[in-house]
Design a protein. Structure first.
Length: 310
């Protein structure tokens, strides 16, 4: 019988922030992944990288400030670094959990580049704040380099675009590993954003929204399920208010209606709902589950999250 394919999207709460937190979170995630593999799913894992890529960018910027003879590190390279070290922790944690359970399956991290459109409106309206706090002089120097900055409490910080993903360069490698029944970690942090210029790929100064990249990845591997693990058990209407209403199930039409009404918080639940709409499309088979990782491998797909179908 053909195995079902699942893409598991790990949010900030499923990964932690610091290095020690990340190792603990990776071990917890590994239990959930092992539970799904035990149930005979083929799995692709993707993840966020917000705190991690910010830490890397900040560290590299500070290094160049102290040692100006070194070249500054582009955002695309920082994204690649974050994919490497998050993937390293995840694949080792999953491998350990598999071996402890007698599951003999390879886990591989694919350094993944995601193509964005150079004319995406996001490049004209950057929204993602990254890096350390700068004073006015440093902020002016950043702008002279062609970068965008925004004023925050205590000074200024750099701000970059969040364009939509349009293609995944390494998708055939992901498909091949999946077809070989291996667990794949791909499109970490939304992928390394690149601009396609004939045969050359140029890194973009951007951060791709991880949930939209997860939907693109799930579509391109023809997954049956997109599982989005976040900090909330369910999506809610009137979130944070006295009449908050958790949602057990949603149709795509309902999701679109609530999204247009502004029911979901920008940068939080909103991109997850949009990812669900993008992935499901007109399919009567595909479904999305939004839920919280509770630290066990009990039936996470039926653990009381929000289920979205056509």
């Amino acid at each position: 019988m053909k195995k079902k394919k699942i893409v598991i999207a790990l949010g900030h709460h499923a990964l932690g922030t610091t290095l020690p937190q990340q190792k603990i979170a990776a071990a917890r995630t590994a239990k959930a992944v092992a539970g799904l593999i035990k149930d005979d799913y083929q799995a692709v894992i993707t993840h966020g990288n917000g705190p991690q890529v910010g830490m890397i960018h900040m560290a590299m910027a500070e290094f160049c400030r102290i040692y100006p003879e070194y070249t500054a590190t582009p955002m695309s390279v920082c994204s690649a670094m974050s994919q490497g070290y998050i993937g390293y922790d995840l694949q080792n944690a999953i491998r350990t959990e598999f071996l402890n359970r007698g599951i003999y399956k390879t886990v591989a991290t694919v350094l993944t580049q995601v193509v964005v459109d150079p004319y995406d409106d996001a490049f004209y309206h950057p929204t993602k704040i990254i890096g350390r706090i700068m004073d006015a002089e440093e902020a002016e120097a950043e702008e002279k380099k062609g970068n965008h900055v925004t004023q925050v409490e205590g000074g200024y910080r750099r701000i970059v675009a969040a364009p939509k993903p349009i293609d995944i360069i390494e998708i055939e490698s992901v498909r091949a590993l999946l077809a070989a029944d291996q667990v794949v970690i791909a499109c970490g942090g939304g992928g390394i954003p690149v601009l396609q210029q004939e045969n050359y790929l140029r890194g973009a100064s951007a951060v791709i929204e991880k949930d939209l990249a997860a939907a693109k990845l799930a579509s391109m591997v023809d997954a049956d399920i997109l599982l989005i693990l976040t900090g909330e058990k369910k999506a809610c209407l009137n979130y944070g208010s006295p009449d908050e209403k958790p949602l057990d199930e949603l149709t795509v039409a309902q999701a679109k209606k609530y999204l247009e009404a502004g029911q979901f918080e920008a940068g939080s639940m909103e991109p997850k709902i949009q990812a669900a709409i993008d992935f499901i499309g007109n399919s009567a088979i595909r479904r999305v589950v939004i839920t919280k990782l509770d630290g066990t491998d009990s039936d996470i797909l039926g653990a009381g999250g929000t289920v979205i179908r056509k």
